[in-house]
Structure formats: structure tokens, C-alpha cells
Design a binder for this molecule. Structure first.
Ligand code: PEP
Length: 243
């Protein structure tokens, strides 16, 4: 179902005390109509689930393994993250694909397993700069989506379009590109929320949110500060006319 969502990806930042302080501040200031999801590192999930318990903020993990249990040293299962209060899980983030070598086929297994375990996957897709320069951006994104989602029940799926060349650079993709790529994805996935990710800040959230097929954001570095993150949510709602 298409709906507005803003998710925070904290990546590998913070100690538990720092994470708890930011989460407490978010619990204090975030009171929006848009669904807000925070995805901290695994080791903070249990503690932060208590902070968010009486708020509307939902908890997500940044990754998971597709098996439910077994001899998989260092991995975290869907059952584990569900048992500490996660409702969502980011799958196929470009850092997982490019630093840790996750392939489309691995990502599909994770999406399927997440849904089997009642978790809502936030599937990340997006092309590299080379793929874009070679004119392959749409082919790459289409392949990522089809491999991960073909035959999958799309009811609980969220997609985040994150051009790799815009992540962590401070400069988001230009508005025409975001518009073009989101319309393209909408053609493949009519009813799925499509988030934009890649250097979303409080200063650019309004103009990005004015794009019709942008249903929300996946925010990395600007989500590490609760007040900045809150401004992004407010700017998004201002652009969408939510009040
Ligand atoms: C991300 O990690 O998903 C992301 C979009 O990061 P940033 O906002 O820092 O570009």
C-alpha cells in the first residue's frame, strides 16, 4: 500500500549512551503523521525498543541473514530482530552490496525471509555513477527490483531508490533524475511506497518531497541528529500538504 514513510539509517555510528540520547530526543520531538522508522545498529535495538515503546516511532534493523537459526557465526536472524521489537528491516543497502558483496540473489532470499517472519523489508536499489554514465541506470534498478521482488507479496514492501553516487556526498541527485527514476519505479511497482535516499538534508527535503512519486526518505547522516531529522520530517509534510 502506498503511504508516506521516513526512515533513519544510523549505519555504524554511536555508542549505546549516544544512541539512547538521540533516541530520547526523537521520542520527545517526533509527533508527525508520517510513519517514522529508526534503524540503529543491532546491538542498540533492544534498549531503543523501550525508548520508542510509547511513541509512534517504529524500529527497524539495517540488515539480517535469511536463515532462521543455525551455525552462522556472526549473523543475525529475522526471528532475533523481531524478538527485540523490529517491524522493519533494511535489505540490500548499497554498502551491503558494494562493501560486503551482497548479490541480487542473496537480497531476494532476505526479502522473502523477512516477509515470512512478518518483517517489512525496505529494499534499497540504485545505480553506481559508472552505470549511470553508461546509460544503464534504469536497467540496473529494474534488474534489482525484479530479482528481489518477482512473485513476492508486495503488501508490506517498501522500496528506497538510492543512487549510489548521491549517498554520503552531501549532494542529492538532481530533481529531474529523482523524478524520472521514481516514475520509472512507479511503473514497475504501482502501490509500493518509494522512498528517496542520498544526501537528504533539512535544506533539500522540501524540494525533493514536492516530487509526486517520492513517498518519503531514507536518511543517513542527517538522521544522526534528532532535531535535524525532525526538520526533515516537517519539511516533507509541508511539501506534501500534511497537517
Ligand atoms: C543511506 O545510508 O541510506 C543514505 C541515504 O545516507 P546519506 O543520507 O548520508 O546520504
Amino acid at each position: 500500500m502506498r503511504r508516506n514513510i521516513i526512515a533513519a539509517n544510523w549505519k555504524m555510528y554511536f555508542t549505546i549512551n549516544e544512541a539512547e540520547a538521540v533516541a530520547n530526543r526523537m521520542a520527545e520531538v517526533v509527533n508527525n503523521k508520517t510513519k517514522v522508522i529508526v534503524c540503529p545498529p543491532f546491538v542498540f535495538l533492544d534498549r531503543l525498543s523501550k525508548v520508542f515503546l510509547k511513541t509512534s516511532i517504529k524500529l527497524g534493523a539495517q540488515n539480517m541473514y535469511f536463515e532462521e537459526k543455525g551455525a552462522f557465526t556472526g549473523e543475525i536472524s529475522p526471528t532475533m530482530i523481531e524478538s527485540v521489537g523490529c517491524e522493519y528491516v533494511i535489505i540490500g543497502h548499497s554498502e551491503r552490496r558494494h562493501i560486503f558483496g551482497e548479490r541480487d540473489i542473496d537480497i531476494r532470499k532476505k526479502v522473502v525471509s523477512a516477509i515470512e517472519h512478518n518483517l517489512k523489508p525496505i529494499l534499497c536499489v540504485g545505480e553506481t555513477l559508472t552505470q549511470r554514465k553508461d546509460g544503464k541506470a534504469k536497467d540496473v534498478v529494474e534488474r534489482q527490483i525484479i530479482t528481489a521482488l518477482d512473485g513476492v507479496d508486495l503488501n508490506s514492501v517498501v522500496v528506497a531508490y538510492e543512487p549510489v553516487w548521491a549517498i554520503g556526498t552531501g549532494v542529492p541527485a538532481d530533481l529531474d533524475t529523482v523524478n524520472e527514476m521514481h516514475s520509472f519505479i512507479r511503473g514497475l511497482l504501482e502501490d509500493v511506497p518509494i522512498l528517496y535516499g542520498g544526501s537528504v538534508k533539512d535544506k533539500n527535503a522540501y524540494e525533493l518531497a514536492q516530487i509526486n512519486d517520492v513517498d518519503g526518505f531514507l536518511v543517513g547522516s542527517a538522521s544522526l541528529d534528532a532535531d535535524t531529522f525532525k526538520k526533515i520530517i516537517d519539511e516533507f509534510e509541508r511539501a506534501k500538504g500534511v497537517n
